[in-house]
Design a protein around this ligand. Sequence first.
Ligand code: ZN
Length: 141
Amino acid sequence: MSDMKDLGLGKIEHIGIAVKDLKAAEQVYTKLLGCKPYKREAVASEHVITSFFQAGPNKIELIQATEPHSAIAKHIDKRGEGLHHMAFVVNDIAAEMARLREAGFQVLSEKPKLGADNMLVAFIHPKSTGGVLVELCQKQS
Ligand code: ZN
């Protein structure tokens, strides 16, 4: 039973993939996953446009930069296209951010931001997680 006060990361909410050309990547992933994207959404706070696929129980988020200074554009410049982040469901994002900061992880924002899918999100720097950018997601009620 899930207790809303439980701390710790929950299931993987989605996997984020950085792409240069959203339309081209949507075509590749439509073929790969055998299903079409169910929505596109711009996330103003991150200067990106995203496209979501639901493949069985798994959600995949393709992310394209809309501005050259977007973190996604910088990521692609440095590492090329590909796996960008893993997102986990959390029940209480503020409490998780505090717990992870306390545990020595580098939480990238002071407060949660509004992300895609009407979720509150926060990111943990890959330097503190073995090279993987981690996103925390809390569904807004
Ligand atoms: Zn994400």
